[in-house]
Design a protein around this ligand. Structure first.
Ligand code: HEC
Length: 250
């Protein structure tokens, strides 16, 4: 009996418990309407789901950098090493290119020294680029002009060489060449070239100068020797104090 009672009591207890659970379930249902409001927390679950793929993204991103990291250090490092030797040679090839250019510049400078005027000795070539003794063109001398025209006088020396400390020294050094050009009155071309060459031992009485004078009557004509020697020294003896050269360095 006791067992039955106990069994009955157990059954009763179970039933009672069921009733309680059912009632609680009813009461729970009443509370459940509140739970739908609490469903957002359940809705928060889907929010948790997107958060789940997010970690999946970093997992995808992390493998990428992991794959990129080993690649760049292996690929980029050898590349610059291969590119550096490739880039260095071209500048080496470009350097020899500018080297042939200087000879071109020298070739350009070689023709620049103009040839001597036609008919005039070659060693007067480019005289108009020498040191000019006169500051301003020398005008024709009124009345009688031995070298009739507007003149300039050049010398193949440097200012420092013939006028150290600013004071001209005499005599001129051996090898000096003095060239006087003259434009005849009313002409626009060089019609007269008078030259003095200082050659040691050739003419001691007149400072070892050798004199020649060339003239022409047209711009495209060739110069011809007009006079030389004693005709010249007779007059230039008047400038013996300045080594037979009249025009002084200005
Ligand atoms: C009548 C005098 C006289 C005669 C002759 C003469 N010269 Fe001159 N020469 C001068 C004078 C003066 C000057 C100075 C510049 C000027 O006034 O033309 C001069 C200047 C020169 C110059 C420039 C350097 C300098 O002395 O000032 C040269 C070069 C020259 N003569 C060359 C000759 C030659 C070459 C002859 C001969 C063909 C010659 N001279 C004959 C008077 C003369």
């Amino acid at each position: 009996m006791i067992q039955k009672y106990r069994g009955a009591s157990i059954l009763n207890l179970i039933m009672a418990a069921c009733v309680i659970f059912v009632s609680c379930g009813d009461e729970g249902e009443v509370v459940q309407p509140e739970s739908p409001t609490s469903q957002p927390p359940t809705a928060s679950e889907p929010t948790l789901e997107p958060t789940i793929p997010q970690p999946a993204q970093p997992t995808e991103q992390t493998p990428q950098p992991v794959e990129q990291m080993p690649q760049p250090p292996e690929q980029q490092q050898p590349q610059p090493v291969e590119q550096m030797p490739e880039q260095q040679p071209p500048p080496v090839e470009q350097q020899p290119l500018p080297q042939p250019e200087p000879p071109q510049v020298e070739q350009m400078q070689q023709p620049e020294p103009p040839a001597a005027l036609p008919g005039v000795p070659d060693d007067t070539a480019g005289y108009d680029q020498w040191l000019k003794l006169n500051a301003e063109p020398i005008p024709p001398v009124p009345g009688f002009d031995p070298h009739n025209g507007t003149k300039n006088v050049y010398v193949n020396q440097t200012r420092e060489g013939i006028a150290p400390n600013g004071e001209q020294q005499f005599p001129y050094p051996d090898g000096t060449i003095v060239v006087k050009e003259a434009m005849r009155p009313g002409k626009d071309f060089i019609g007269l070239i008078a030259v003095m060459w200082k050659e040691a031992g050739t003419n001691p009485a007149f400072g070892d100068w050798r004199f020649e004078e060339y003239t022409r009557n047209a711009a495209d004509a060739e110069f011809r020797l007009l006079a030389e020697g004693a005709v010249c020294t007779g007059c230039h003896a008047g400038a013996a104090a300045t080594d037979f050269v009249f025009v002084l360095l200005e």
